[in-house]
Design a protein around this ligand. Structure first.
Ligand SMILES: [Zn+2]
Ligand SMILES: [Zn+2]
Length: 554
């Protein structure tokens, strides 16, 4: 028994905010039985991942040990925790466990990928309910966050109790969803905690976190004061906030209209699972057209400036027959996630051009974070009183800072980024595995290091030239090569046509090429590429990507 290991291995989410995926294992070295906590996605951006649709953690480590996986446990329904279940389930093949609301969202994703909804099992809250998976017994402990039924996991192992917080904040008045229950968490800590694996997102926010309940009165005041139509956006999954905004609208004498598929879908899931039973009645976009602007509130998707969301469509003109105009107000009851600033600023300016007042969270009144700030992280350390703190859900700087914070309280911390396997019984990293990302590109999954996106970026940055050359039966060029340009200017230096300049440079190089070169495709391609790049650089100061096509007549 003493040779059994209790391991922790993050594959995503430790060293970045997004695509969470954590593995725990217990058993003899190399034969540990495994559980997976969360299977999330992260979102691409134009700078580093142009054209990519979604980003997943690289789970090849897990795939190679598929027969050892006892179960998948999803802490809550945010995309960075549940987004990859449909795309990845086949590679893992283990049952998925979650509480009702999260399970509802996970089932929708599974059925979109053609899997049976029975692969997702609904579990009640700890301590009433728990699941045994191999050597582990797990319970979903309700915890407050910005989506209903978020849970921490209590993971009982033969070497002691682990606590995986999931995303959380300490909020005793969260609106929709369960308040943070100190007595329950004291019960979690009671037998002693071997390791606390803890959210790190807001470790740099030094003030105590504000409650969701503080937001409603501010929003209601704003809605009452605005003369025209109010359009508000937040994350659709923040059911509590969506309800707060809708109720504030009603209190301010406004009819509420929901716009955007995700908004309607989330409210539906919340009603179906019994989380939401007091959402104000809503009007359809058709009905909204006949309501005076000062009596109307639109609740829309697109708080991150997403191009296809309702907010962006309103910024472009109209959506479902509704338009914004001078005197209206647009409220962001949300925080812009780093990386999304440009999209958000673009729509802010579009609204500004229409004479619409845009109010964002810069005054810190209309939004509160769903993550624990530094004093609340400290409180969590004290509640759990663990032998070890392992920060997760954060960039490197966040993880490192939480190790320091834990140290200040006398708790040893281990900084474990993606790929670092920690033996929790000894509290030290023991192995390191290369991890990475997988891109969903259209319908294909491609590896981060496969070079596909790198090539795409190079073409975008440098332009592209296709050089086509025909060689006859005697290994002699049949006329000059010809060039097709993409993403390059038509004219070079002195106003000469760039394609023609390239063709004549390649033609004169070919006349000088010896017979040996003309017989060897590899050498020919390499040399034609070099001449093309050198000539283009000379003409326009850029070295393009080049494809050489040699056709031999035989
Ligand atoms: Zn998260
Ligand atoms: Zn979350």
């Amino acid at each position: 028994m003493s040779s059994d290991r209790l391991i922790y291995l993050p594959l995503g989410g430790a060293g970045e905010i997004g695509m969470n995926c954590y593995v725990y294992g217990y058993g003899p070295e190399g034969k540990e039985r495994l559980i997976v906590v969360d299977l999330g996605v992260t979102f691409p951006d134009m700078d580093t991942t142009p054209g990519v649709d979604l980003i997943f953690p690289d789970i090849s480590w897990l795939e190679a040990r598929k027969d050892r996986i006892e179960g998948i446990f999803i802490t809550h329904a945010h995309e960075d925790h549940v987004g990859a279940v449909g795309h990845y389930w086949e590679k893992l093949g283990a049952p998925i466990h979650a509480r009702a609301f999260t399970a509802n969202i996970a089932r929708r994703k599974m059925s979109e990928h053609g899997y049976s909804e029975s692969t997702v099992r609904t579990v009640g809250a700890w301590p009433e309910d728990s699941i045994t998976a191999g050597p582990f017994t797990l319970g979903f402990v309700p915890i407050s966050h910005s989506i209903p039924e978020s849970s921490g996991l209590v993971i009982d192992t033969p070497k002691g109790r682990l606590v995986h917080t999931g995303d959380f904040k300490i909020d005793e008045t969260p609106g929709v969803g369960e308040p943070f229950d100190r007595a329950l968490w004291a019960q979690v800590a009671e037998p002693g905690v071997k390791a606390l694996i803890c959210d790190s997102t807001n470790v740099f926010s030094h003030h105590a976190g504000r409650s969701e309940a503080s937001v409603g009165p501010e929003i209601e005041k704003l809605m009452t004061e605005q003369p025209g139509m109010v359009v508000a956006t937040t994350f659709a999954s923040n059911i509590s906030r969506v309800r707060t905004i809708a109720q504030a609208g009603v209190a301010a004498g406004r009819s509420v209209c929901l716009l955007g598929r995700a908004m309607r879908r989330m409210i539906e899931a919340a009603v179906e699972t019994g989380i939401l039973d007091d959402f104000p009645s809503v009007v359809s976009p058709e009905e909204a057209k006949d309501i005076p602007r000062e009596n109307l509130l639109l609740l829309v998707t697109g708080s991150q400036g997403e191009r296809r969301a309702a907010s962006a469509q309103l910024a472009n003109g109209k959506y479902m027959g509704l338009r914004m105009k001078e005197g209206d107000t647009f409220l962001f009851s949300s925080k812009t996630i780093p990386g999304n600033e440009r999209g958000v600023i673009r729509i802010m300016n579009q609204f500004s051009e229409m004479g619409v007042d845009v109010i964002d969270d810069s005054a810190d009144r209309y939004h509160v974070s769903g993550h624990a700030n530094r004093p609340d992280l400290k409180a969590m350390h004290e509640i759990c009183h663990p032998e070890l703190v392992i920060p997760m859900h954060g960039e490197h700087r966040h993880l490192r800072e939480q190790v320091k914070l834990a140290g200040e309280g006398g708790y040893p911390g281990v900084l474990a980024v993606n790929g670092t396997m920690v033996d929790l019984a000894v509290g030290k990293p023991v192995e390191f595995f290369e991890t990475g990302r997988v891109y969903l590109d259209g319908r294909a999954q491609v590896g981060q290091f496969d070079g596909i996106v790198r090539d795409r970026i190079r073409m975008a940055l440098n332009g592209h030239v296709t050089v086509t050359l025909v060689i006859d039966e005697q290994s002699e060029p049949l006329g000059d090569p010809w060039c097709d340009l993409m993403g390059l200017p038509e004219m070079g230096r002195n106003g000469a046509d760039l394609a023609e300049t390239l063709e004549s440079a390649l033609g004169s190089w070919l006349q000088r090429a010896d017979a040996k070169v003309l017989r060897d495709d590899a050498v020919l391609e390499k040399d034609l590429r070099t001449v093309t790049r050198r000539t283009t650089e000379n003409e326009i100061g850029k070295k393009p990507e080049v494809t050489v096509v040699v056709s031999r007549l035989s």
